[in-house]
Design a protein around this ligand. Structure first.
Ligand SMILES: CC(C)(COP(=O)(O)OP(=O)(O)OC[C@H]1O[C@@H](n2cnc3c(N)ncnc32)[C@H](O)[C@@H]1OP(=O)(O)O)[C@@H](O)C(=O)NCCC(=O)NCCS
Length: 225
């Protein structure tokens, strides 16, 4: 029963695509070593450069640029949230845990998209739970539709996979999308992720339809190979 409840919790979190509600990396006070609930350390502490892009931690000032494409039906149709009001979007965007898990992608100084990288605990039995803490990460992504078709998402996701495995020490990275979101799962396959699960009519879309979802993952050893 406990296992079932935990599994439901994991599945619920995996469904939270495109909206970063949680970050498990609480900021720690260097003096007392205790975590502080209100401040959350960014998952990406400093900018990362790739051939064409800069990936940097999100700031409150990124709300407007990300709203510009996230409010579009063609984008929001795949995401938990389809924001319509800039003021309330700004308020949720600056939630500390969401902000800490958000990475902004820029090309020549222009915002082309945003990614989510959320470190979490892998499921484990009680006796070994400490060894599963922070060993898994979940990725999510959104590009401005004006910037799709150039491989920017592939380039940015590859960079965050490197960060996940090399800097954050996670052993498994997961991502989930609706089966109908072909562009998203093709991206997962381009970066080498493996389809691990296909859940049938398990998520309710705002259209009223129950949709299939697919979950992909990559292990550190796959990444190294
Ligand atoms: C999912 C999403 C990020 C994918 O965007 P994308 O542009 O298809 O992905 P990439 O940026 O990696 O670009 C790949 C495309 O560019 C092409 N491309 C051009 N140059 C490339 C390069 N240097 N490297 C890789 N691909 C390149 C590829 O051939 C591919 O095109 P194709 O799909 O016609 O074959 C985008 O569709 C999106 O933001 N969707 C809405 C939000 C969403 O669904 N988020 C996920 C929720 S689960």
């Amino acid at each position: 029963m406990t296992d079932q409840a935990q599994l439901h919790g994991v599945l619920a979190r995996l469904r939270d695509l495109g909206v970063t509600l949680l970050s498990l990396r609480a900021a720690t006070d260097p003096d007392d070593g205790r975590a502080h609930g209100s401040a959350v350390a960014p998952v990406l502490p400093r900018p990362v450069r790739t051939d064409r892009l800069v990936l940097r931690p999100a700031t409150p000032g990124d709300a407007d640029a990300t709203f510009a494409y996230r409010r579009l039906e063609s984008v929001g149709q795949w995401l938990t949230e389809l924001p319509t009001d800039l003021a309330s979007y700004r308020a949720t965007f600056v939630d500390p845990t969401r902000l800490a898990a958000t990475v902004v992608v820029e090309r020549d100084g222009r915002t082309v998209g945003d990614l989510m990288l959320r470190v979490e605990d892998a499921w484990a039995q009680q006796e070994v739970a400490d060894r599963a803490t922070g060993r898994q990460a979940e990725l999510g992504w959104v590009l401005d539709p004006a910037c799709t078709g150039h491989g920017y998402a592939t380039e940015a996701v590859r960079a965050l996979l490197r960060v996940s495995f090399h800097d954050l020490g996670v052993r498994r990275v997961v991502a989930t999308c609706f089966l109908d979101n072909v562009a998203s799962w093709r991206l997962m396959e381009r970066v080498g992720m493996r389809r691990e699960a296909h859940a049938v009519r398990e998520s309710l879309h705002r259209s009223g339809r129950w949709l299939d979802t697919v979950t992909y993952a990559l292990l550190a050893e796959d990444h190294q190979a």
